[in-house]
Design a protein around this ligand. Sequence first.
Ligand SMILES: Nc1ncnc2c1ncn2[C@@H]1O[C@H](COP(=O)(O)OP(=O)(O)O)[C@@H](O)[C@H]1O
Ligand SMILES: [Mg+2]
Length: 324
Amino acid sequence: MIEATNLIKEFRVTKKESGLRGALKGLIRPERETVRAVDGVSFRINKGEIVGYLGPNGAGKSTTVKMLTGILHPTSGEILINGVSPHRERTRVVQNLGVVFGQRTQLNWDLRLGESFELQRRIYRISDDRFAAQMDTMRSLLGLTEFENTPVRQLSLGQRMRGDLAAAMLHSPSILFLDEPTIGLDLTAKQAIRDFIREVNTLHQTTIILTTHDLEDVEQLCKRLIVINHGRVVEDGPLEDLIDRLAPYRQIEIDFVQEVPVIEIQGVDVVEVNGNRMVLQFDRRAFSAASVISAVTQRAAVRDLSVREPEIADVLKRYYQDSA
Ligand SMILES: Nc1ncnc2c1ncn2[C@@H]1O[C@H](COP(=O)(O)OP(=O)(O)O)[C@@H](O)[C@H]1O
Ligand SMILES: [Mg+2]
């Protein structure tokens, strides 16, 4: 349904000058250089999938989304959306796509939200019946009624995002690209957006490509992750597989009755000590939590303990750290 093959996108940019050239800035002709924002990305996404497209800032996520949606032309490589190339047949492909950029609204600041939807209806030539039906669905999923008559510039960020989502869905696209749709929102607003994404996916089997830095979004929504770093795909697979492969450990946080010396158990690492608290980590393929707990309780009196499974953050840490 979505096929990207060896996508490359380069930008020509003005080189940042330093030293003597920096001091002479404005007098000399600036040097230009080529940066490769996307460097050979390939993947296939099937109908109905919710895929998390993740990676640190500057990894090339938005550039990929812009190519997939026909906004940018790839420098090279091939994209097929239901067999059709978005940059060669943009008008045909966009009928099937919805896009939301959390950082930048697609709505018109000068219109009321409802008027923005009306504009969308005309752009996509949505029939009256279909528009009315889709508006009903969006109103009930996103609770739009209370601010439909508010000018877009006066909407709160959460309301604006809900408006953007509705606008992107009015022509009933079968694929929805969401680029940081929860950025800057409070917890309640974030949850509303997540519930919406899940609903849309179950109701219509809508394929969703979600870019986010919010790991709760990923945890709640994405079965599959594609991770990119420096413009390349570094991971692609089910969330559980990534955790199994990249974070095959488990941690036990122990609260001892009193401060104890560091506990030494073969194959178990002490990763944190803080007063009476100690965090142990072990390979969960080699040890059961029960065996570690029993070894610990034989050595010292335990007040409380909890077992912590690795999560998505533990998997992504390595990529986010090396680029930070
Ligand atoms: N229009 C552009 N002109 C020049 N460089 C760009 C442009 N858009 C993106 N880039 C560069 O490409 C890289 C990837 O950007 P982007 O796709 O926005 O990353 P992400 O969305 O993962 O944070 C960055 O180094 C960014 O500065
Ligand atoms: Mg981005």
